[in-house]
Ligand binder design. Structure first.
Ligand code: RB5
Length: 152
């Protein structure tokens, strides 16, 4: 898959550690920054990554900030994006199976690189269940975008 990745100044170290790991899993990674500790604004990086996923230019997106929370809030404002904040393996699997999330968010100040690698691996490898219950619920989420005329 083609993976778009981005981070703010509180997440770029974990991003830079994860990129070779994701490549070793066999994926193409496009890095949208940032790449240094100078203070930046997480929404600027969330929208870069999420625009690519929403447009189909990337298959999935990964976002990292200090907590992962700001990135998640910003990402879920982009029509077509279903972003989950994940810091455990159970949620990494469940959010693919149940929510068909296309963007993963994590907090560098919350988890270490070992757990982050395992989360990324299971999130990339797990398929959406396609079960009617989950498809129906994801469609209801899309209907919320329609209600507020958010589809691109
Ligand atoms: C930056 O200090 C921090 O606020 C940001 O990385 C993120 O945690 C916001 O949600």
């Amino acid at each position: 898959m083609k993976i778009a990745i981005g981070a703010d100044h509180a997440g770029y170290r974990l991003k830079d550690e994860l990129i070779p790991f994701i490549q070793q899993l066999g994926h193409e990674v496009v890095d949208y920054g940032c790449s240094c500790p100078d203070s930046v604004d997480y929404p600027d990086y969330a929208i870069e990554v999420c625009d690519k996923v929403a447009a189909g230019e990337a298959d999935r997106g990964i976002l990292i900030c200090g907590t992962g929370i700001g990135m998640t809030i910003a990402a879920n404002k982009v029509p077509g994006i279903r972003c989950a904040l994940v810091h455990d393996l159970f949620s990494a699997k469940a959010t693919r199976e149940h929510n068909d999330t296309n963007v993963l968010s994590m907090g560098e100040r919350v988890i270490g690189p070992g757990v982050a690698q395992e989360i990324v691996k299971i999130w990339l490898e797990t398929e959406f269940s396609q079960g009617p219950r989950h498809v129906g619920r994801v469609n209801k989420v899309k209907a919320i975008e329609d209600k507020y005329q958010l589809h691109p």
